[in-house]
Write a protein that binds this ligand. Structure first.
Ligand code: CP3
Length: 351
């Protein structure tokens, strides 16, 4: 990668890191959740014949797949190609990612004994991840690498349901019926997520994002009491590592006043709540990330442009704004549209 004259020379001083901290930026930074993945033909070619969780443990594949969208779209950040279930897999939990389905757990966690039998994640087992991060940081130059982990609640939904689910009813039933074991499960998942994040930051990641994708299924009361303290434990586990912390979930409109309290510098917002309203709910101490509806990218160019303008405008109400989608890139998205969105956001926001 070559650095463009006039852009920040170091990832720690990049627009992504600055916006996440509420500092002035040259242009609104933009990246896309799931920017690496099936929308890119070069990804599909590279992944052919390798299972998802194997690919995630091959440092050269991780490096190349992570770089693909940065080269193609000129986004302001790379996000490590990995998965939220990887720390569990590395610890020895039998999980597979089924194409078109998502993570499937061979022996779901259904009893108190199952919770106590979960293996711990030994940090030494993350050497492959640190190799990938170091290679990436060397290749990326001034472009920051975002490390990430799954938040305890969202990981618990996969472990308890045994796979993807809509209502997360088993998860909630376990949370209500076995509060002590629930607390232990989320404690353990928080320790493993913090270990996973520390490995990435210590190898050179410039920011972290904690995905609590499914927290929006909870009431604010349950979220605040039974989930948020464990998400906070993940961020606390980063100690004084000086990287901005992004926290994202889907359908979290009612949780926005709380979600930053877990320790985020930047709160990710889906498309349901406009960013000016989200800024009121989150408060002036935090930046926002989001929130173009990924489905808009499947519409006509005029609609795309109108919606991108709206998000950029409404984002000005926030302390800082990192442009993103409200959730991941849909596999059918034309990658050319993603490149166009990057250019348009930069053009609209150039200071
Ligand atoms: O580009 C990026 O955003 C970085 C890579 C990334 C992946 N998964 C790669 C991936 C990230 C950040 C994740 C996080 C993740 N994984 C989340 C949180 C983000 C979110 O979407 O809310 C969740 C819930 C998962 C669990 C998971 N893994 C799901 C639901 C799926 C999709 C299943 C499918 O095939 O539709 C996966 C698989 C997965 N993770 C893919 C990718 C690129 C698709 C694998 C493939 O190519 O077949």
């Amino acid at each position: 990668m070559t650095s463009v004259p006039g852009t920040a020379p170091s990832p720690a001083d990049s627009d992504l890191v600055r916006a996440a901290r509420g500092l002035p930026v040259a242009r609104t930074p933009v990246w896309f959740m799931r920017q690496a993945g099936r929308s890119l033909p070069e990804y599909r070619a590279l992944r052919a014949g390798t299972r998802m969780l194997e690919a995630c443990q091959d440092p050269d594949l991780v490096t190349e797949i992570t770089l693909q969208p940065v080269r193609r779209h000129g986004v302001d950040a790379a996000i490590l190609f990995s998965d939220i279930v990887l720390p569990l897999v590395v610890a020895g939990v039998d999980i597979e990612i089924k194409p078109g389905v998502g993570p499937v757990v061979a022996d779901p966690v259904r009893t108190v004994a199952d919770v106590d039998a979960l293996p711990d994640l030994e940090p030494e087992r993350l050497a492959f991840l640190q190799t990938a991060v170091r290679q990436l940081v060397a290749e990326l130059g001034p472009t920051p690498l975002i490390g990430f982990a799954g938040a305890p609640f969202t990981l618990a939904t996969y472990l308890i349901e045994g796979g993807p689910s809509k209502e997360h009813a088993r998860t909630k039933a376990f949370m209500y019926a076995e509060p002590a074991a629930w607390g232990r499960l989320l404690d353990r998942l928080a320790i493993s997520a913090a270990t996973f994040l520390r490995a990435q930051v210590d190898a050179g990641a410039s920011a972290v994002q904690l995905f609590d994708s499914w927290a929006g299924v909870l009431s604010a009361a349950d979220y605040g009491e039974r989930v948020l303290p464990h998400s906070r434990a993940v961020f606390d586990g980063l100690g004084d590592r000086d990287v901005p912390r992004i926290h994202f979930g889907v359908g979290t409109g009612e949780l926005l006043p709380l979600i930053g309290d877990a320790g985020a510098d930047t709160v990710g917002v889906d498309w349901r709540v406009p960013l000016d309203e989200a800024a009121r709910r989150v408060g002036p101490q935090r930046s926002l990330q989001g929130n173009l509806d990924p489905a808009v990218l499947l519409a006509d160019r005029e609609t795309v442009d109108r919606e991108v303008r709206r998000v950029v405008e409404q984002g000005r109400a926030a302390r800082g704004h990192v442009f993103n989608l409200g959730h991941g890139v849909l596999p059918d998205t034309d990658p050319g549209v993603l490149t166009h969105v990057v250019e348009l956001v930069h053009e609209l926001s150039a200071r």
